[in-house]
Design a protein around this ligand. Structure first.
Ligand code: 5AD
Ligand code: SF4
Length: 485
């Protein structure tokens, strides 16, 4: 049967709408899945691929949870799947190109089996330009749903499956906070916990405030209940998640801040508490104090700086200066002397001069970061920076990125070398990707450790003596008996 073009669910995104911020209070709703959808996936399989950040990884756990409650079974082989879903990232053009390439490559599957459902969700689905392109060019895509529509998946999927129509539902603005959605977690020891959705910072280069909506904090009771439950279920690590976690609570107007939440989370007594990502602007002294006070708040902070030049920071709309960043950096090092600090940097911002770029290098030399993600600026349609003229050739940007990499590598190597001969706690997560005879895990500082050992060590925090620091990992030896200090 030929596919009807659109269903009653046809709502495309609109970037102008997604920029708007409503001051209405955000309601909380229950996301428990209606019984009528619970057998929809019987004898069917799904393939789900994730691109992008931790937020997306956790959304994938929720999407998988929903599908599994509907009795779909997961497969990692796209050619076996009845449903193929791509949870996408829009942060840079190359993130999008990867998705488009992969979907195009798998489109042949539809020729063999016209009944399979191809779906796209995540940040790319929130972009009007992308959705228009898909509607025109990628006609084999049956389902598009936005970051605010995940809880609607059972309805949308059943419509696409039974009515053989193209279903598009992307709300440009956020809806309610949906609690009680099922989750199929990828680890049974380390869990993501959403604390705040969206972002109101509107850095001039960034598409996230458009794709993820306004800042909405979950209630402290829901968050702390989730962490307590995770602890009871044997989880050893939680990572509090948000685009800008330090803004937690500001929208709730109840004087309960990120510092309060972090302290209450630490007090639950789970072995490891982490949080990501922090914006330096919202990072107050109470937060610094709490990080120093609790040993189970892990000694690693990801604190994106983006640039070391004040003019560029201003054009980026980052609201802090180089000096303010360095002051915060020093406070954190003082409060928790063993802390590792990593960062994000963008090079080649429109019209960035050599001098401005060298300020970033000098900031890096001053902070000696333990690691960094670095990117060439990528214009994002609809953001203010995309409208700026840019007189810096791509070749120059590539040279700058290369020069920055040299500095990043120098300090990250030094950071790994500092661990030599130390005995560190490692949460063993499984066999290493490259060598199944070696185990992989992470230290409190979030450094990758590779060690020989039996699979019984997986999902435990064990002591490891670091004997060979390498450039991107620490090689160590498992110590059988915990050494009492
Ligand atoms: N171009 C390049 N890098 C970007 N980032 C965000 N938006 C862009 C863009 N348009 C980087 C920032 C951010 C990280 C997640 O991605 O460094 O911290
Ligand atoms: Fe995550 Fe941002 Fe990429 Fe969306 S655009 S997946 S929020 S990094």
């Amino acid at each position: 049967m030929a596919k009807k073009d659109f269903s009653k669910y046809f709502k495309k995104p609109n970037m102008k709408e997604s920029k708007k911020r409503s001051y209405l209070e955000v309601e909380k709703v229950d996301g428990t899945i209606d019984n009528k959808f619970l057998n929809l996936g019987k004898f069917k399989t799904y393939y789900l691929r994730t691109y992008g950040c931790q937020m997306n990884e956790h959304d994938t756990e929720i999407i998988a949870g929903i599908l599994e409650q509907m009795k779909f079974k997961r497969t990692d082989k796209p050619e076996e799947a009845d449903i193929l879903l791509f949870n996408t990232c829009a942060i840079r053009a190359n993130s999008e190109n990867k998705v488009i390439g992969e979907i195009g490559r798998l489109s042949y599957l539809k020729k063999f089996n016209p009944d399979i459902i191809f779906g796209l969700c995540g940040c790319m689905s929130q972009e009007s330009e992308i959705v228009d392109k898909i509607l025109k060019t990628y006609t084999f895509i049956d389902l598009i749903f936005g970051t605010h529509n995940i809880h609607r998946l059972p309805i949308l999927l059943s419509e696409a499956m039974f009515n053989k129509v193209r279903v598009i539902e992307v709300w440009s603005q956020e809806g309610e906070i949906v609690e009680n959605l099922p989750k199929s977690r990828s680890s049974q020891k380390s869990a993501w916990v959403n604390i705040i959705y969206g972002c109101d910072k509107f850095c001039t280069y960034c598409i996230v405030p458009y794709t993820r909506g306004k800042e909405r904090s979950r209630s402290k009771d829901d968050i702390l209940f989730e962490i307590k439950k995770l602890k009871e279920d044997g989880f050893m690590e939680v990572t509090l998640l948000g685009q800008n976690v330090n803004a937690y609570g500001k929208d709730l107007n109840n004087n309960y801040t990120m510092a309060n939440l972090l302290e209450d989370a630490a007090k639950i007594g789970i072995d490891r508490v982490r949080f990501t990502t922090s914006h330096p602007w919202d990072f107050d002294d109470e937060m610094v104090e709490i990080i120093g006070k609790y040993d189970n708040i892990m000694p690693h902070i990801h604190l994106p700086v983006q640039s070391g030049n004040n003019e560029i920071l201003k054009i980026m709309g980052r609201s802090y200066t180089r000096e303010m960043y360095i002051e915060l950096f020093k406070k954190l090092k003082k409060a928790k002397p063993n802390i590792n600090i990593t960062t994000d940097i963008i090079v080649g911002y429109p019209n960035e001069t050599t001098k401005q770029f060298l300020d970033t290098i000098s900031l890096y030399e001053e902070c000696k970061f333990d690691g960094a993600f670095s990117f060439i600026y990528s214009p994002r349609e609809g953001t203010p920076a995309a409208k700026m003229n840019d007189n810096i050739p791509l070749e120059v940007k590539k040279e700058r990125l290369y020069e920055l990499h040299e500095v990043i590598n120098k300090y990250s190597k030094a950071s790994y070398e500092k661990e030599k001969d130390k005995i560190v706690d490692v949460l063993v997560i499984g066999p290493s990707n490259k060598n199944k005879n070696i185990l992989a895990g992470y230290t409190g500082k979030n450094q990758l450790v590779l060690l020989p050992g039996s699979y019984d060590l997986i999902d435990n925090i064990v002591q490891v003596k670091i004997d060979k620091p390498r450039n991107t990992a620490l090689l160590g030896i498992y110590i059988e008996n915990k050494i009492e200090e």
